[in-house]
Design a protein around this ligand. Structure first.
Ligand code: TMP
Length: 238
């Protein structure tokens, strides 16, 4: 195995992760925390072992996606809480893909959660804590220069293929992929899938019982939060 570059200084601390530079300028180390926030950090808490579980679940999804030809920032998992990643110039757009109506879309449109959408819906949100990540459209992305037309087309293709791959994988494990959020960035002129893919950033429902196995248990005070994260790790590990 290639040598692991030396961990240098923390250059970014987000709500769920810290990022460190390394002795290789092309690589960073992501450290997964147990801190949980919701509603743009208006609600705060801790989910025990969340960092460990999210690091492992993200590894499983990134490996799956790489096997299927999606280029991601994932290099390898280093230990319980750290992942070695390619350094990205992040596109400040959160891409949400939805298969079943839930969350902010259900609220915005005044509809019941749980309605199957007749095809996946892709949404964009401007990544800005100060503005609470407002919903935007493709024109906004282009007009404000957050991505080029070519990049946005690539992002849409990658998001849609990621949805197909993850949906099939999860279906075989008794899980409905309700919706999820992706982030992308540039690395050596190419758009790569970044961030993490885990119960913080996806909605996972048990196919039989529709039990929520994701961060909605924390957001909505439903209890059994840690159990849900561990259950998801067990499901994707088989
Ligand atoms: P939403 O229904 O609240 O807009 O969330 C859609 C998906 O995006 C859901 O799977 C959770 C994920 N998400 C994040 O990863 N980060 C966020 O800050 C929010 C609001 C949602």
């Amino acid at each position: 195995m290639e040598q692991t570059p030396q961990k240098l200084e923390m250059f970014y601390e987000g709500k769920a992760k810290k990022l460190y530079t390394t002795s290789d300028p092309d690589l960073v180390i992501a450290y997964f925390k147990d801190d949980a926030t919701a509603f743009n950090a208006k609600k705060r808490g801790t989910i025990e072992d969340k960092g460990v579980v999210n690091n492992r679940i993200s590894e499983i999804f990134f490996r799956l996606l790489e096997r299927e030809g999606i280029k991601t920032h994932f290099v390898r998992r280093l230990n319980d809480r750290e992942m070695l990643c390619r350094r990205l110039e992040i596109v400040p757009v959160e891409v949400v893909v939805r298969n079943i109506l839930a969350g902010s879309m259900a609220k915005r449109l005044g509809r019941e959660e749980g309605e199957a959408l007749k095809r996946p819906v892709i949404e964009y949100y401007y990544k800005s804590d100060a503005l609470d990540d407002p919903l935007i459209n493709a024109d906004h992305v282009l007009v404000f220069g957050w991505a080029t037309t070519g990049e946005l087309r690539r992002i849409d293709t990658l998001a849609s293929r990621t949805n197909d791959i993850m949906r099939r994988f999860l279906d075989e494990r008794g899980i409905l992929l309700v919706d999820f959020k992706l982030e992308f960035g540039r690395h050596k002129g190419e758009i790569l899938l970044g961030d993490e893919i885990c119960p913080d950033t996806c909605r996972f429902w048990d196919k039989e019982t529709r039990k929520k196995l994701d961060k909605d248990r924390f957001r909505r005070d439903l209890g059994e939060v840690e159990d849900a994260y561990h259950e998801m790790l067990a499901r994707v590990s088989r």
